[in-house]
Design a protein around this ligand. Structure first.
Ligand SMILES: [Cu+2]
Length: 130
């Protein structure tokens, strides 16, 4: 009985060690590869408060953000009313992106959407207090 437990223990220990060393080695190679790639685009991560209320808003907000040149990533968090962005800060700015989103009908921390654009949004997308 005692030996059986010991054997099981030793086996699982071995398994654990081999799995572990495998993944950490992989991660390390990946990280080195990213850091050592020359001439990578300058990329900055930023967050911008953006108002909206549904999945359609999410689509519209993300499309508007990605329509700005040199924006490489845009993901809107409905719950937090926050847009996560990756962009090249040498070629565009958070101000430019914010204006594009406001023009699509969504208020941001920096810009207010024009009333006529906001009023034309579908009913489910109305996020302002009536
Ligand atoms: Cu909506």
């Amino acid at each position: 009985m005692k030996t059986k437990i010991l054997v099981t223990f030793a086996l699982s220990g071995l398994l654990f060690i081999s799995c572990n060393s495998g993944t950490s080695k992989e991660n390390k190679t990946q990280r080195e590869h990213i850091e050592m790639t020359p001439g990578t685009v300058n990329e900055e991560h930023a967050m911008l408060g953006v108002k909206g209320s549904c999945e359609m808003c999410k689509d519209r907000i993300e499309k508007a953000a990605k329509s700005v040149e040199n924006v490489t990533f845009a993901s809107w968090d409905m719950e937090k009313q926050e847009l996560h962005l990756n962009f090249d800060p040498d070629k565009t700015s958070i101000e430019t992106i914010s204006k594009a989103i406001a023009a699509a009908g969504h208020d941001t921390d920096k810009d207010k959407a024009p009333d006529e654009v906001y009023n034309a949004l579908p009913a489910c997308c109305k996020y302002r207090e009536p």
